[in-house]
Design a binder for this molecule. Sequence first.
Ligand code: HEC
Length: 150
Amino acid sequence: MARGLRLTTGLVLTVAALLTMRAPLQGAPLSRAQNPQNPQNPLFLRVADAAAGKAIFASKCAACHNTAAGATGGFGPNLHGLFGRRAGSVAGYDYSNAMKKSQVVWNAKSLDAFLADQEKVIPGTKMPPTPISNKTERQNLIAYLEQATH
Ligand code: HEC
C-alpha cells in the first residue's frame, strides 16, 4: 500500500516536472534569441544549474583539467580564466597545433559547440573525444565552468 502510494506520488511529481519543463514551449514559439538554451542569450548562464554542472565536470573533465589559478600537471590545460581567452593560449602548456591555430575564443557559444563535438570545432585537437550530447548538461557544465574558472 505504502509502496503504491510512493509510486503514485513519484509519477505525479514526474508528470508535474515534465509539464513545467514543457510550459515555456507552449504558446508562441520562442525565437532562437529568446530561447534561454541559446548560449548567446544572457539568460543562458542564469537559468542553468551550476551544481549539476559541477558533478558533470567531476565525472567527465576533472581527470584531465584543473580550474584553480596556477594549478599545473593535468593532462589537459588549466582552465582558469577560460572565458574570453583564446583557445590554446595557456603559457607553458603543450597544445596541439590545431588548438593553437584555431582562432577560437572561449565563451558560452564556442564552449557549447566544442563540448558537443570537439573534433567538429577544432579538427585535430588532442583532447580525447568527450562529447556531451545533452544540451541541458552542456548548459549546466558551462555555468559551472563560468563560476569555477574565474
Ligand atoms: C582525457 C583527458 C581530457 C578530458 C577527459 C577532457 N579534456 Fe579538455 N582537453 C584535454 C587536452 C589534452 C586538451 C588540449 C587539446 C589540444 O591541445 O588540442 C584539452 C582542451 C580543452 C579546452 C581548451 C582549453 C584551452 O586552453 O584552450 C577546453 C575548454 C576543455 N578541454 C574542456 C573540457 C571539458 C569541459 C571537459 C569535460 C567535459 C574536458 N575538457 C575533458 C584533455 C581532456
